[in-house]
Design a protein around this ligand. Sequence first.
Ligand code: AKG
Length: 279
Amino acid sequence: MTSPLEQLQAEGFVVLRDVAGTDLVHRFRDQLAPYLAAAPFGRNDFEGFRSQRLYALLTKAQATAELVAHPAVLELVDAVLDAPCLLSANIAINVHPGETAQSLHPDDGYCGVPRPRRPFGVSAVWAIDEFTAENGATEVLPGSHLFGNEPIAATDPRICSVEMSPGSVVVFLGTTLHRGGANRSDGVRLGLTPQYCQPWMRQIENMALAVPPHVVATLPERVQKLLGYSIMPPFIGYVDGQHPRRILNEFSQAWTDRHEPELRSGAASREEGGWWHQR
Ligand SMILES: O=C(O)CCC(=O)C(=O)O
């Protein structure tokens, strides 16, 4: 039997079924709900004129961290990318009825290095809702991670729909051609796409600004590393000549000292979720 990693390397993608529990999926959806209620549709055809996209998710929904650092996904990501890899983008995509299919694209194409080549990223798309061929499930072109720059028709019969139940995830190489599908149903399709990149590449979202240090300080260590609070040997990623974790610790101590009176008086109440709700 082929392992998920062998499948990923051979086909350019692999589906891991039901790896996130219902509780995690529901928490993520609930925490995101107030933001989705207010989110506009996309600004261009790629974002999707009938899709909502939410960015900077680690400041919006605490459960995001569990999906971003899910061990089943990171095992594959770590096997493909150099260490310590980074979180490049992390987007919730809510595809509404009437949305058209995206253009086929690889997620690491922005590097501009000619293909075929090794992948500079690995992406995941988590199904938060059921993903079906009708409601805009992610579509992939199997084997396309090995392609050069040959043109591919949008209707290429090799393109397949990745149907998945909530809590399942499709993982694909940064070189694999894929797209969000058209939504021909009458319901929405919510997905989460964390995208990981080589540690020597620029992240798509500027994570240092997207997730402020006082929020980073609350996240699991692996997520902190994914955001950039890590060193790629011998010294890539230093801050003022020091390991970024030292700066982070100093910052979060200073922040706690400054806000201690409010924290003690319960102004940032745990019930309310503290700063997670601040915009
Ligand atoms: O929503 C999807 O299924 C995929 C979206 C995607 O590939 C992207 O926006 O880069």
